[in-house]
Design a protein around this ligand. Structure first.
Ligand SMILES: Nc1ncnc2c1ncn2[C@@H]1O[C@H](COP(=O)(O)OP(=O)(O)O)[C@@H](O)[C@H]1O
Ligand SMILES: O=P(O)(O)OC[C@H](O)CO
Length: 498
């Protein structure tokens, strides 16, 4: 019987498991949303045990749905929401605090302190990152400083840190393996992406014992084997990458200058820069794309914190729509947004603004503003934010993009895709398989165990579903973009003024 690859895609709002075949086609999917915990304004947490329970639950469900057993799975690939931080007790395997999510702003003051002490430049030079509450480093420090007894335990070597990939691999292997891959390590703000090692100086400044940190490995290799009790067999875990890097891999962006944009909870544009790390002058991050085929490759990244999440907000908090998909009907029921702009800076703004104190705003309201206009403006905000990032990327790389490959849940929205193409004035390509994050993790795992021979074989699997071409005149585009930038100014620095 032919074998399959299982990808575990642990995202910000749901745990997903997908079984792929050799053609990169989806055989079965299982997905489960889990609890978002907001203990205070600007704070976001997840329960690591719930993450593990939902993830292993959907993994078993996806195998069963496909009519398979663990013996039919050639390898497992892991991909994860990045930066989200778990600290657990090495002996009991129990987390000592909830996972602090990438969106959480609680460590903004630790970041301000790092900047005031003049460390921002050094950190950027070593890690490729902007000092921001987004990354894991200050989240680990917060846990050690605020959970009773944590620092002493950490110093005695009794605690382990991991991003969600590490946490899942630890649990899948029955607490035997404590590893991560280059791409995830590069999001901690503790990893020197040029020398490929944990950075002693930054660890000392943040007062984090090195013994807590996982071993850093390539993104495609065998890390360990699942235990029979969790999934019914000893399956090699052979792929690991942060979800955005996995999507870049899944989209087949293997050559320098190739880029993709993923529209999930947030929106993340990554451009492959090959074996050269490119330093951004325009607020982008330099990050590790992956370690594959014995070499490490880099990417430029524009991170947008809120994208599809603004649609969830319309659904869950404002209760303007019943489902995310419904947003398209409302948006196309009107000609334009009637001058309304939504800036969804709910957790500050990422690239290229990097303002931890920005907050969401709706501007341009008149008596004629309808619900349809607000919904449309919310969708448009994803496209405008992407435009800001793409401009920065073009300036940094010197490459002018003539087309953009897209993926992620929100690309199902045809209105959004057309508006994106109009606002960027480039072609937008939506592939047949939009689950490219999971697909990338599957490819990484499959390559490690010889399921796929090489990247060339994988490239043959990529197929376009629909191409969106720009259809907006320059004058209109310029007017809309000008309005967006005026709106962003209103959102910036908001929390600081208080
Ligand atoms: N048709 C749609 N139109 C707009 N947004 C959508 C649509 N379908 C899903 N979304 C948004 O996409 C996101 C889910 O995408 P997904 O790739 O699963 O995200 P994640 O991996 O971050 O959990 C949600 O935030 C949801 O609001
Ligand atoms: O859960 P996603 O897909 O929005 O991805 C989250 C990112 O990895 C955060 O850096």
């Amino acid at each position: 019987m032919s074998k399959y690859i299982l990808a575990l895609d642990q995202g910000t709002t749901s745990s997903r498991a997908i079984v792929f075949d050799k053609g990169g086609q989806i055989i079965s999917v299982a997905q489960k949303e889990f609890t978002q915990i907001y203990p205070k304004a600007g704070w976001v947490e997840h329960d690591p045990m719930e993450i593990w329970a939902t993830q292993i639950g959907v993994a078993n469900e996806a195998i069963a749905k496909a009519g398979l057993t663990a013996q039919d799975i050639a390898a497992i690939g892991i991909t994860n929401q990045r930066e989200t931080t778990v600290v657990w007790d090495k002996t009991t395997g129990k987390p000592i605090y909830n996972a602090i999510v990438w969106q959480c702003r609680r460590t903004a003051d630790i970041c301000d302190d790092l900047r005031n002490r003049g460390y921002a430049e050094m950190i950027r030079n070593k890690t490729g990152l902007v000092v921001d509450a987004y990354f894991s480093g200050t989240k680990i420090k917060w846990i050690l400083d605020n959970v009773e007894g944590a620092r002493e335990k950490a110093e005695r070597g009794e605690l382990l840190f991991g991003n969600i990939d590490t946490w899942l691999i630890w649990n899948l292997t029955g607490g035997k393996v404590h590893v991560t891959d280059y791409s995830n390590a590069s999001r901690t703000m503790l990893y020197n992406i040029y020398e490929l090692k944990w950075d002693e100086e930054i660890l000392e400044i943040l007062n984090i014992p090195k013994s807590m940190l996982p071993e850093v490995k390539p993104s495609s290799c065998i890390y360990g084997y699942t235990t029979v009790d969790v999934i019914g067999g000893e399956i090699p875990i052979a792929g690991d990458a942060g979800d955005q890097q996995a999507a870049l891999f899944g989209q087949g962006c293997y050559r320098e200058g190739m880029a993709k944009n993923t529209y999930g909870t947030g929106c993340f544009m990554l451009m492959n820069t090959g074996e050269k790390p490119v330093r951004s002058k325009n607020g982008l991050l330099t990050t590790i794309a992956w370690g594959v085929d014995g070499k490490v490759e880099y990417a430029l990244e524009g991170s947008i914190f809120i994208a599809g999440a603004v649609i969830q907000w319309l659904r869950d908090e404002l209760r303007m729509i019943k489902s995310a998909a419904e947003s398209e009907e409302y948006a196309t029921a009107v000609e334009d947004s009637n001058g309304v702009y939504v800036v969804p800076a709910f957790v500050g703004m990422g690239a290229p603004y990097w303002d931890m104190y920005a907050r969401g705003t709706i501007v341009g309201l008149t008596r004629g503003a309808k619900k349809e206009h607000i919904i449309r403006a919310a969708l448009e905000s994803m496209a405008y934010q992407t435009m800001d990032v793409l401009k920065a990327m073009e300036e940094d790389s010197g490459i002018s993009l003539s087309a953009l490959k897209v993926d992620g849940g929100a690309v199902a929205n045809n209105f959004l895709m057309q508006f994106q193409s109009d606002i960027l004035n480039v072609d937008v390509y939506r592939p047949k398989v939009i689950e490219t994050t999971a697909l990338g993790a599957a490819y990484l795992a499959g390559l490690a165990v010889g399921y796929w021979e090489n990247k060339e074989e994988i490239l043959n699997n990529w197929a376009v579903d629909r191409k969106f071409e720009p259809n907006m005149d320059e004058e209109k585009r310029a007017k809309l973009v000008k309005g967006w930038h005026k709106a962003v100014k209103r959102a910036l620095d908001w929390e600081k003024e208080e």
